[in-house]
Design a protein around this ligand. Structure first.
Ligand SMILES: [Ca+2]
Ligand SMILES: [Ca+2]
Ligand SMILES: [Ca+2]
Length: 409
């Protein structure tokens, strides 16, 4: 579609009706794990994902009116210049520079020593060596990539691997660590051996699983945009579009590593764990608060049981309950209370309990009981009288007290 003496002119390809993948050939070849170029088209879901890292529609979230997969053309197409449309394959960033000292910068990438000459976007910001003191700026999610390299080999080559993917995504990547701090790189046995493993597991026959060949690695990657956001507004806020862009590079055949599949996990295991812990903590705190409220209520209930009787007496219901026994013992108790309350007037405070208990009664009882005192007091009350009692008695009731034993002593 380019023409003119210096290929400076461009005509858009004629709009074609939406293609369909009718070929029986492609239907047979789809999802067999091998990319068949004849079926590597949007209509054929990129050979059922075989050509696109198992992602059948990398542009699924792209709402552009343009079929952006047809516009990877070294021209800027603003309508495709969104994260969901994979930033038009970064074709709107002007002339994409290449790293000037590429060999040197590759050797010194992510070596924990800042090489200012490599601290540029095209050189991958020296693997963040010059931004070690800056806070990380992680994109949401995790990239889970299967690559046909055994874990040991991948870990040895990790810096180059991360640099290559970072160059495609125009940001920095790192291998995620699990809760024990171990790098999350696991052996991958391939789809076929995975199926065989399942069969063996169900048969429960051969214990030797070591004979399975490690076909590659499953590696978990995080995106750190701490440098990207300073130099560019084309940074992936989550790993979905980043995974799709890697898939589009697979379609174009511009990957430098033998990737098999790419998946974007929206929540990292750590984050789900954190969320889970947070939820548990909230539940525990709520439970403690609830327990506190219940305990406080119970304390109040218990309190009413052992607080001085004056409290319960004032209540109508308990008053009725308590009156009957009091009535039976009335003679002795009331007599005592009369005496004590009189003693209390003078100043002895040793028996407030009874005073409180019978608080309301002495007033009305006084008159009627004074008569009973002389008749029935003698056989019941044999306690010795104190000086205070005597004084109290002497002052007011000399005639009736003449018969009591203490006075005889
Ligand atoms: Ca295929
Ligand atoms: Ca374009
Ligand atoms: Ca460095």
């Amino acid at each position: 579609p380019f023409w003119g003496s210096r290929c400076e002119l461009y005509t858009a390809p004629p709009s074609t009706p939406p293609a369909t993948c009718l070929s029986q050939y492609c239907a047979d070849k789809a999802r067999d794990g091998v990319c068949d170029e004849a079926c590597n088209s949007h209509a054929c879901q990129w050979d059922g994902g075989d050509c696109s890292l198992t992602m059948e529609n990398p542009w699924a979230n792209c709402s552009s009116p343009l079929p952006c997969w047809d516009y990877i053309n070294n021209q800027c197409d603003e309508l495709c210049n969104t994260a969901e449309c994979l930033f038009d394959n970064f074709e709107c960033q002007g002339n994409s520079k290449t790293c000037k000292y590429d060999k040197y910068c590759a050797d010194h990438f992510k070596d924990n020593h800042c090489d200012q000459g490599c601290n540029s976007e095209e050189c991958g910001w020296d693997g963040l060596d010059c931004a070690a003191d800056q806070p990380e700026n992680l994109a949401e999610g995790t990239l889970v990539i299967v690559v046909l390299m055994p874990p040991e080999q991948l870990l040895q080559d990790a810096r180059s691997f991360l640099r290559a993917l970072g160059t495609l995504l125009h940001t920095n990547l790192r291998i995620e660590r699990d809760s024990q701090g171990e790098l999350m790189v696991y052996p991958y046995y391939g789809e076929k051996s995975a199926a065989m493993k399942k069969q063996r597991m169900t048969r429960r026959s051969i214990p030797g699983e070591q004979e399975q060949e490690v076909a590659g690695s499953k590696v978990f990657l995080e995106i750190d945009n701490r440098q990207c956001v300073q130099d560019s507004d084309h940074c992936f806020k989550n790993t979905d579009a980043a995974a799709a862009l890697l898939a589009s590079h697979a379609i174009q055949g511009t990957l430098s590593y033998p990737l098999v599949s790419v998946v974007s996990e929206s929540l990292t295991p750590e984050r789900t764990q954190l969320l889970y812990l947070l939820a548990v903590a909230v539940v525990i705190i709520l439970f403690i608060i609830l327990l506190g409220v219940i305990m406080a209520k119970r304390k109040r209930k218990h309190g009413s049981l052992w607080l001085p009787e004056g409290f319960t007496l004032r209540r109508d219901a308990s008053n009725h309950k308590r009156r009957e026994p009091v009535g039976q013992d009335a003679v002795g108790l009331k007599n005592l209370s009369v005496q004590v309350s009189e003693a209390n007037l003078i100043g002895s405070g040793t028996s407030e309990h009874w005073v409180d208990d019978e608080g309301p009664q002495p007033k009305k009882v006084k008159a009627e009981d004074e008569a009973l005192l002389s008749e029935e007091d003698d056989p019941i009350d044999r306690r010795p009288w104190t000086q205070q009692h005597l004084e109290a008695a002497d002052i007011r009731r000399t005639p009736s007290l003449a018969l009591t034993p203490p006075q005889a002593e």
